[in-house]
Design a protein around this ligand. Structure first.
Ligand code: SF4
Length: 225
């Protein structure tokens, strides 16, 4: 833990400086994309070469609540709006709205029991937004896929749902997430985190929220209720 703590301190300080350089001045969509990319690159540099059992087609943990910063939600929304045909986008909007409505008061245990899968899982158990997936998703690195299947199976149990995981990767991504939130706040931008599907749906439905965000405005508080 000492090694992780020490690395976290210097890692965060360096990343905050880099993110300020990227976002200071005329922040726009490209700068937001560069900042989020820098966060994941920095975290990946820390944990390069470390083992993980996660692989395409293993959707076990893609049932938990995922919190994203608003720039992450914008990037996913923009990608979906630019790449999906209108009928598919319309279907996805319906799925996102239904998922938000059914899970908004659920904790993770209830999500697991009801197998409230992430709306971005495709029919093969893979992430349909893999290239722009959130920092929180990139942070998850199991060391045992069988443990994940068991821990996230929808059965009632008093046993803790434990999974051996790469804590250094988790710590690096946590620091990257916090560094980005800190820099957004320092620039007077909305630094709140939001549930993944809720944030993405908001930016798909209301593209003008990007302008509002960039101007230092706050998205409606109703999105957090
Ligand atoms: S965004 Fe992708 S990786 Fe993250 S929970 Fe959803 S399906 Fe899984």
């Amino acid at each position: 833990m000492d090694e992780i703590s020490w690395q976290a301190e210097s890692f965060a300080a360096a990343l905050v400086g880099k993110l300020r350089e990227i976002l200071d001045g005329e922040a726009g969509l490209a700068a937001l994309a560069a900042a989020v990319k820098r966060c994941s690159e920095a975290a990946e540099e820390v944990c390069a070469g470390r083992p993980m059992a996660c692989a395409p087609g293993c959707p076990s943990c893609c049932v938990l609540n995922v919190a994203v910063l608003l720039p992450e939600a914008v990037l996913v929304a923009r990608r979906l709006s630019a790449t999906l045909p209108p009928d598919e986008l319309s279907r996805l909007r319906g799925t996102l709205a239904a998922h938000r409505s059914s899970t908004r008061w659920m904790d993770d245990e209830e999500r697991i029991l009801k197998r409230a899968d992430c709306p971005f899982l495709d029919g093969y158990g893979s992430c349909s937004i893999h290239e722009v997936r959130p920092l929180a998703c990139r942070a998850a690195a199991s060391l045992d896929a069988d443990c994940c299947r068991s821990a996230f199976s929808p059965v009632v149990t008093d046993e803790p749902r434990l999974v051996p995981a790469d804590l250094l990767r988790q710590a690096a991504y946590d620091e990257a997430f916090s560094a980005l939130a800190l820099v957004l706040k320092g620039l007077g931008l909305d630094s709140r985190s939001i549930e993944l599907g809720t944030g993405v749906l908001a930016f798909v439905d209301m593209p003008e929220y990007l302008e509002l965000f960039l101007e230092g405005g706050r998205l409606p508080d109703s999105l957090w209720r």
